[in-house]
Design a protein around this ligand. Structure first.
Ligand SMILES: [Zn+2]
Ligand SMILES: [Zn+2]
Length: 442
């Protein structure tokens, strides 16, 4: 039998495979041990009770099995490559995000410093300080505040820097892990392709080991690195000076979209599901549920607060009031800077424009949004008033002409929508500000 099998092997399979132990040509395959057997092996005690089959039969089974594994390996290789590409893209992205965040923190502290100096001047003027001793005290206070602000700014930037590094390390680690995995998958693919090549016996050589290694490769999970959101470095606190700068903005009925109903005092707006008849006005918004403020700003610093609690989709910000603006016709819509909020279930998402980008925030609830405009430095900032923190800001903007507050809701599409926005009134006595190092940032 041994001779018959070996002569068969020699005829059908051009490759000669010898048993390493007995140096005889192999003839059969032990299914239990997943190895090729020569005549001596076959008759040995070791395989006495094992399931043994002919090489051709075994080769057929293993070829099919390896083909299947090969297909899965190739699929997994594609997945791994695409995750690797994502990780590499994220590395570039988080660097850009970190830079944006850094600029946001720096410009917020620049503004806080300016507001602080203004607050001090405001205090001095109010108190009519001509006393050199008091003036010196004020100067010392300014210096103390400046040091405090600088410390806070550096601390926030350091936190951002640490978080950025930590995230980058996680991504680099993930990149290394994925590259290694891709390399192993490629090696395994080459090995199995060779195995399933033209020589039948090849497929059975070290079949057990190949099977084990490819199975363990396929079992490995491919995961993206979990990185921490930069919103952890949110700038907290708000300048007290904002309360002094707070304006009693009113809504301009001549610009209101017909689906908006304005309150009598022109401080709030809500959606009406049926459009109302309104007199023609060249500045009226036709396509969006938008209205402008009556106030027009060309210089100085201004701040207003808007209650957004009763709106599920809103936009707030500042719009250029160009003379050529006719409603919201796309060609003459003018420049806008907006913060947009959208509530889906209990999840709030925020977007800022321009350019349109997602704002990541820790707080989920939004009650009041503060809008700060500094015409001279081209700064617009949005604050979460309840949480007393910065949402996002825009700096070094250039404006053409006067700027007006802008407010939008989402035009209802069939379903009843009772969204409303209202402008908050400034504190009664905006001059009643007490100054102490602790209270400059409440
Ligand atoms: Zn042998
Ligand atoms: Zn065996």
């Amino acid at each position: 039998m041994s001779r018959r099998l070996s002569s068969q092997l020699q005829r059908k399979f051009p490759e000669d495979v010898y048993c390493e132990k007995h140096l005889e040509l192999v003839q059969s395959f032990c299914v239990d041990d997943q190895i090729l057997l020569c005549g001596q092996c076959f008759h040995s005690q070791e395989h006495e009770n094992h399931l043994v089959c002919g090489v051709q039969e075994a080769a057929g089974v293993y070829r099919k099995l390896f083909q299947e594994i090969l297909n899965t390996l190739k699929e997994k290789l594609e997945v791994a490559k695409s995750i690797l590409a994502d990780e590499q893209e994220r590395m570039v992205m988080i660097q850009g995000e970190e830079q944006d965040f850094k600029e946001m923190i720096e410009s917020e502290y620049r503004i806080r410093f300016r507001l602080m100096v203004e607050e001090m001047n405001f205090r001095s003027l109010q108190d009519c300080i001509f006393n050199p001793k008091l003036r010196e005290d004020h100067l010392n206070q300014v210096l103390a505040f400046a040091t405090e602000l600088k410390g806070q700014s550096q601390e926030t930037l350091q936190r951002l820097n640490d978080l950025g590094k930590e995230n980058m390390n996680k991504l680099k680690e993930s990149e290394g892990r994925l590259s290694g995995h891709i390399c192993s998958l490629q090696k395994m693919t080459v090995e199995l392709e060779k195995k399933c090549g033209k020589y039948t016996l090849m497929v059975l050589q070290n079949a057990g080991s190949s099977l084990k290694r490819s199975e363990s490769l396929l079992l490995q999970c491919l995961e993206q690195a979990q990185i921490t959101d930069l919103s952890l470095c949110q700038v907290t606190g708000m300048s007290r000076m904002l309360k002094v700068l707070q304006r009693a903005v009113t809504l301009d009925p001549k610009t209101a979209n017909p689906c908006l109903v304005l309150s009598e005092d022109l401080r709030s707006m809500h959606l009406r599901n049926v459009q109302q008849d309104v007199p023609h006005s060249p500045g009226r918004f036709v396509f969006s549920a938008t209205v402008l403020g009556v106030e027009s700003f060309t210089s100085g610093r201004h701040y207003w607060e808007v209650d957004v609690e009763k709106a599920t989709k809103w936009q707030l910000g500042v719009s250029e009031d160009s003379a050529s603006r006719h409603g919201d016709l796309p060609t003459t819509s003018g420049n806008k800077v907006l913060l947009m909020g959208s509530l889906m279930g209990t999840n709030y998402t925020f977007w800022a424009f321009p350019p349109l980008k997602r704002v990541s925030l820790r707080g989920e609830q939004m009650h009041k949004v503060g809008v700060f405009l500094d015409c001279e430095s081209g700064q617009i900032s949005f604050y979460d008033v309840a949480n007393r923190s910065l949402i996002c800001n825009f700096s070094s903007l250039t404006f053409q002409g006067a700027l007006k507050p802008i407010f939008s809701l989402c035009i209802p599409s069939g379903v009843t929508n009772s969204d409303s926005l209202s402008i908050c009134l400034p504190p009664v006595s905006s001059c009643d500000v007490t100054v102490s190092p602790q209270s400059s940032l409440a």
